[in-house]
Ligand binder design. Structure first.
Ligand code: FAD
Length: 375
């Protein structure tokens, strides 16, 4: 497909790659491409200190890839697994596979570390919202920069994706109607696990992100305020009595987003922009970083379209497990029954977590299976 588009000597370039969106996916793509000698420009609308709503637990694959990219975060807290808390205070712990650990990192800190590594490698970062992209036969022009390839990593909002026809065109009623909220409490972490508490219609996630800061995130099937949701979890709300909050509540709704494809012409989607189901497995950042790196490598190796298959390899386990988890966690009898089930047979959770912490599997069988399931 590459050849039908562009004999390589006709490619018009000012830079080799333009990245629109400087979150985890976009910065991973730019770092991976720059490490291999490409000239990269990143446009971002929100600036270096943007503190996106997120549970801030980085799963082991993301931790390993960030280290390989040379990204060093200034402050983080390691965690050894995930602990699931039942409604009657039961606790089931699922540890990561041996020698793997997750990291609680505040988004602002992670973002600053990625931006700083990108700048070190010569990536140009322009703090500007992109509203227009002009595509011609051999290149794309964005805000005066010209490149043969564009990575769109603008998160799960449709805005810019519409301009290239890659947005989620499903009516809102056909998407799982989940809302995500987060806030930081100034207190000492009390566990070296990410803790997940369940109520009848929402879950609460506690992630330590520094020696004196804890991230509290809520994912809910119903629209709810942070304070009302917190009351549904007596064990956590008791700890939060009188606590000083570090910020206001930030949120996202709906969480789910599925573009039509991962690529059209010279445009490639990475991170949430390429598709996101839900934050319940804490995989969003890992997928964003891994997909960004895969795109950066594909472009650097002059085989951009190989990215589409790499993307499938990265996301298949997440999509299977998260789809199943969403199905059984809908409010009602299924939610209650599945919670009882995992409390009784913790190996279900442990198996799922180990699978996700290993993430991608290289067998072609898995690509094919996933492609079939996607239809
Ligand atoms: C409540 C909640 C909890 C979560 N918990 C976790 C967790 O614990 N662990 C985990 O791994 N993941 C978690 N996630 C998911 C994770 O936050 C996302 O998957 C991840 O941020 C995706 O990264 P991204 O780079 O694709 O997008 P984003 O991080 O959203 O970055 C998009 C960037 O694009 C920029 N942008 C947007 N439009 C434009 C434009 N037109 N021009 C220029 N720039 C633009 C924005 O400024 C932003 O910087 C959670 C999500 C939510 C909502």
């Amino acid at each position: 497909m590459m050849n039908e588009f562009l004999p390589s000597k006709q490619i018009v370039r000012d830079v080799d790659l333009i990245v629109v969106g400087g979150g985890s996916a976009g910065m991973a793509a730019s770092i991976a491409a720059a490490v291999q000698g490409l000239k990269v420009t990143v446009f971002d609308a929100s600036g270096e200190s943007y503190d996106k709503a997120c549970g801030e637990g980085l799963m082991p694959p993301a931790v390993a890839v960030l280290a390989a990219l040379g990204v060093a975060v200034s402050e983080s807290v390691p965690f050894c697994g995930v602990a699931y808390m039942g409604q009657s205070r039961e606790r089931v712990e699922a540890l990561f596979a041996a020698n793997r650990f997750g990291l609680g990192v505040r988004r602002r800190i992670l973002r600053q570390a990625m931006w700083s590594r990108a700048r070190e490698l010569g990536v140009e970062i322009i703090e500007r919202r992109v509203t227009e992209m002009v595509e011609t036969k051999n290149c794309v022009t964005i805000e005066g920069r010209v490149a043969p390839w564009v990575c769109i990593s603008t998160g799960s909002r449709d805005g810019l994706l519409k301009t290239v026809g890659l947005h989620d065109s499903r009516p809102k009623k056909d998407r799982p109607s989940r809302t995500g909220l987060r806030r930081h409490a100034k207190m000492m972490p009390w566990s070296n696990f990410v803790e997940v508490y369940w109520s009848d219609y929402c879950e609460l996630y506690v992630t330590p992100v520094s020696s004196e800061l804890v991230n509290i995130s809520i994912l809910s099937w119903k629209p709810v305020t942070f304070d009302d949701a917190l009351k549904l979890f007596p064990a956590v709300s008791a700890r939060c009595q009188g606590v000083e909050w570090d910020d206001v509540v930030a949120g996202v709704s709906p969480l789910a987003h599925l573009g039509r494809a991962r690529n059209r012409g010279r445009f490639f989607l990475a991170g949430d922009a390429a598709g996101f189901l839900d934050a319940m497995t804490g995989e969003g950042n890992s997928l964003a970083i891994l997909s960004g790196v895969a795109l950066g490598h594909s472009i650097a190796s002059k085989n951009p379209y190989s990215y589409r298959l790499k993307w499938l390899k990265i996301v298949w386990a997440y999509w299977l497990i998260t789809s199943a988890a969403l199905m059984v966690s809908r409010p009602g009898w299924r939610r209650k029954a599945s919670l009882k089930l995992v409390m009784r047979w913790p190996f279900i959770l442990r198996g799922g977590l180990r699978m996700l912490s290993r993430m991608a599997c290289s067998s072609n069988v898995h690509y094919t299976l996933f492609a079939i399931l996607l239809g």
